[in-house]
Write a protein that binds this ligand. Structure first.
Ligand code: SF4
Length: 549
């Protein structure tokens, strides 16, 4: 498997230069869609064994089935795990700060002192949950060399319930077990029903609890076999971290929808490096850990908390890789490397290609919708030769009060969150670049804001294709009928948001930029081609056939 091969190939994405329908020579040198080298095995840690552990016996092929922040789709969760450091829980809390953009509704950490697991969870930001000046969860109580942590924004399970905040910690006949999950199981409803029919009692409304039940009821031995058997029943997206008294186990679903990376943290005095897992490399950066590689789709990586020996296993039969392309478009922080791609470079190339594909003749200035449109706007400006300016200033002092599903608050929120700079916009033909449009309500307010600041023309450019379908793999999107591009074509959207012109990055160009890797990305919210049929959820969420642009 790729995880164990010492391959050093880099993936070419220079395909942009050959596939770009309207190349601009001025920007060629900036547009290579770089990939990082394929994963290398950890050179400095003892690897005890690498096995091929095919769990599901001939799995049933029928896949079961299945704020305001500018009303963007929201990433469900972020996870982090650290083993081999005396301050594992403290480091976990720091790493969770770096992943705060992946979930703001709750945070938690579970730690092991090699005999007992303890956990602290709470609602709110990491800094609020682990605020040492307040009574409540305390990092000081989370002793031991291994810990896992989680930040949550829910799509499965009630949002603001403390019961749904992870990591979940449970006791069963083989000891204690904690789990942190990023993703969404598309067969959760049927999975839960069948577990309840056989006597399982659920304490939460989260799909993650079903995984614990499956492990607890498994008759397999040892622990890895129980996890493998449980995973054979799961459909959908899961990047999982498990913690037992003396082991940390990282697992990624066989399609690899959600990211999960492995790194190590050097220690002084000749101590072996601590092993770190995280949803994004920005978490590794913050604590000074070095990125090694992705956990491969279908792979399980076990770290022994006493010896720091690492074992890797192919836990599930290989399936086509389907990494979420929206991580590159919007979710991940620009400084992260996701799916082996530097995020900021990806966004830059999306913007530059959009400039070549849908230029704005006579434009005076290119501005981003901050912060997510920043690198795409830079690429657009470079690709078009139009000056880049920060025409909208984002307030960093509007807190989560305004990340609320209330229309009244949202209406107010755009003005509170964004302020136009009249001197940059007045009398100008303005190109405003954003990463995506969901319902369209925020886009229309931004267009109005720019016009009210005196812009002569407002041209909106979106550095991703139109979103026409909901996500069922761990990203919170509205139902299909709420998605503006599912209801109308681009001209209809343009009229609705009041722009002088509107263009999206075409799906063909996005695929072209991804090059040979394009088939290994999920693009279901743009194409309607769902890699794992979301049958359990279709009635509830996607009631209408998808509009195809
Ligand atoms: S449907 Fe869209 S948001 Fe969901 S995993 Fe696929 S690409 Fe990502």
């Amino acid at each position: 498997m790729a995880a164990t091969a010492a391959a050093t190939t880099t993936t070419s994405a220079s395909c942009f230069l050959t596939r770009n329908p309207n190349p601009n020579p001025k920007v060629h040198h900036l547009l290579s869609f770089k990939s990082y080298p394929k994963p290398l095995p950890l050179p400095h840690l003892p690897v005890r064994r690498r096995s091929c552990f095919i769990a599901a016996a001939a799995a049933e092929e029928a896949e079961a089935v299945v704020p305001f922040d500018f009303e963007k789709p929201r990433e469900e969760c972020g996870v982090v795990g650290i083993v081999g450091h005396p301050d594992a829980a403290q480091l976990c809390s720091l790493a969770l700060h770096a992943l705060q953009h992946r979930g703001q509704e709750g945070a938690g950490i579970a730690a092991s002192d090699l005999s007992t697991l303890r956990s602290s969870t709470g609602l709110g930001l990491v800094s609020e949950v682990f605020d040492p000046s307040k009574p409540g969860p305390s990092l000081a109580s989370l002793t031991g060399p291994a810990a896992i942590g989680h930040v949550r924004y829910s799509t499965a399970g009630a949002a603001a319930s403390i019961h749904n905040v992870q990591p979940f910690l449970a006791s069963y006949r083989f000891g204690q077990l904690a789990v942190a999950h990023n993703g969404n199981l598309v067969n959760y409803p049927s999975l839960r029903s069948s577990l309840e029919e056989t006597g399982s009692i659920f304490n939460t409304s989260s799909d993650t609890e079903a995984i614990l039940h499956l492990i607890a009821t498994s008759k397999s031995r040892p622990f890895l076999s129980r996890v493998a058997e449980a995973c054979s029943s799961l459909r959908g997206a899961y990047s999982l971290l498990f913690l037992t008294a003396d082991k940390l186990l990282a697992v990624r679903d066989p399609h690899g929808f959600r990211p999960l990376v492995l790194g190590y943290l050097p220690r002084s005095n000749g101590a072996p490096p601590a092993v770190v897992f995280a949803s994004e490399t920005c978490a590794l950066d913050l604590i000074g850990a070095r990125y090694e590689r992705e956990v491969e789709p279908g792979e399980a990586v076990i770290v022994d908390a006493r010896t720091l020996e690492i074992s890797t296993s192919c836990l599930m039969p290989a399936k086509p890789r389907k990494a979420c392309v929206f991580e590159l478009i919007y979710f991940a922080l620009p400084q992260s490397i996701v799916f082996s791609h530097p995020v900021y470079e990806s966004r830059y190339s999306f913007g530059a290609t959009l400039a070549a594909e849908s230029p704005v003749p006579g434009a005076d200035v290119v501005i981003p919708v901050p912060d997510s449109g920043f690198f795409a706007a830079l690429g657009f400006a470079e690709g078009s030769g139009v000056p880049f300016q920060q025409g909208l200033i984002r307030s960093h002092y509007v807190g989560r009060t305004f990340i609320q599903p209330s229309q009244a608050i949202r209406d107010l929120g755009v003005k509170l969150k964004l302020s136009p700079i009249r001197g940059i916009l007045e009398g100008k033909s303005v190109v405003v670049v954003d990463d995506s449009i969901v319902r369209g309500t925020t886009s229309s307010k931004i267009v109005r804001l720019i016009r009210d600041a005196g812009a002569k023309e407002v041209h909106m450019r979106i550095a991703s294709p139109p979103i026409i379908g909901s996500c069922y793999y761990g990203v919170d999107t509205p139902s299909s009928e709420e998605l503006i591009s599912n209801r109308m074509d681009t001209e209809g959207v343009r009229k609705e948001i009041g722009a002088d012109s509107l263009a999206f990055l075409s799906l063909e160009s996005l695929r072209g930029l991804l090059g040979d890797e394009a088939p290994s990305f999920c693009e279901a919210c743009f194409s309607g081609n769902y890699p794992v049929p979301p049958v359990d959820y279709v009635d509830a969420k996607a009631k209408e056939p998808l509009y195809v642009a």
